[in-house]
Design a protein around this ligand. Structure first.
Ligand SMILES: C[S@@+](CC[C@H](N)C(=O)[O-])C[C@H]1O[C@@H](n2cnc3c(N)ncnc32)[C@H](O)[C@@H]1O
Ligand SMILES: Nc1nc2[nH]cc(C(=O)O)c2c(=O)[nH]1
Ligand code: SF4
Ligand SMILES: [Mg+2]
Length: 234
């Protein structure tokens, strides 16, 4: 039988910028492709998900390529400082599987190999596809009017505002944490980041204000800022 391979846009080491794990060092594995947008600007307005801030097409990013499970785990582990196995003083190695939509490719074979290599495994998902067993941290971020296959998660991180995905619609989701993340809307409106080398875009002031107001009126929701954009890191 042919061995499964994974198409990966990029692998990089940074701090998780968003949600409940913000500030935690993590290796990011960005898988190619998404089921809610083809990634081309000329198709953005027709897509189910219209506000994506990420280039996930192809395999041309840092350490991108098409890999077997063991090759990919070797690459991911190479980005973690120090040893990933044993009684590490480096903190529990942490990998965030993202994309694109990682649930198109992440499977139990890769999860098992990552666990064997000492990693805790997180996913950032739009929730439209069933997830394989064994993921340690699920961040669910619903998009537009898409139908959800995932209804249990560690954190629900809703980009706000989305006219067709307002927070009340997700009361049935079982989540330890509920976050609103202001939509970065590509206006040249930034908080702080314009002076920081490497910053690509900042936060939308108006969407941040709206998210703050909603959280304060509905305190089950907390604010998630994309802190990596403020810091000008990946
Ligand atoms: C690029 S997505 C990839 C993972 C998965 N496809 C998803 O949508 O959750 C990673 C995270 O960035 C968030 N995101 C994407 N575009 C954004 C934007 N313009 N403003 C704020 N967050 C955004 C997503 O909601 C998700 O939580
Ligand atoms: N630092 C950092 N944190 C992130 N959290 C989720 C991200 C993603 O694109 O999935 C992301 C990202 O791209 N960079
Ligand atoms: S679902 Fe995620 S990766 Fe796909 S277009 Fe939307 S934000 Fe981007
Ligand atoms: Mg991102």
């Amino acid at each position: 039988m042919a061995k499964n391979t994974y198409r990966v846009k990029e692998v990089f080491y940074t701090l998780q910028g968003e949600g409940a794990q913000a500030g935690r060092p993590a290796v990011f594995c960005r898988f190619s492709k998404c089921n809610l947008w083809n990634g081309r600007e000329d198709s953005r307005t027709a897509a189910v998900c219209k506000f994506c801030d990420t280039d996930f097409i192809g395999t041309d990013g840092h350490l991108g390529g098409e890999y077997s499970a063991s090759e990919l785990v070797t690459i991911i582990a190479s980005q973690w400082p120090g040893e990933t196995s044993g009684n590490s003083v480096q903190g529990k190695p942490y990998v965030v599987c993202t994309g694109g939509e990682p649930a198109l490719q992440l499977d139990s074979v890769l999860i098992d190999e990552l666990h064997k290599a000492g990693f805790e495994v997180a996913i950032e998902t739009n929730g439209t596809l069933p997830l394989p067993d064994g993921i340690d941290w699920v961040c669910l971020s619903p998009k537009g009017d898409s139908k959800l296959a995932v209804i249990n998660c560690d954190e629900l991180k809703l980009v706000y505002p989305q006219a067709d995905a307002l927070p009340e619609r997700f009361d049935y989701i079982v989540a330890e944490h509920c976050y609103l993340q202001p939509m970065a809307d590509f206006e040249p409106v930034v908080i702080a980041s314009d002076k920081l080398e490497g910053a690509k875009e900042g936060l939308s002031v108006s969407n941040t204000r709206k998210a703050v107001d909603y959280c304060m009126k509905h305190p089950k929701w907390k604010l998630s800022l994309q802190t990596h954009k403020l810091l000008g890191i990946e």
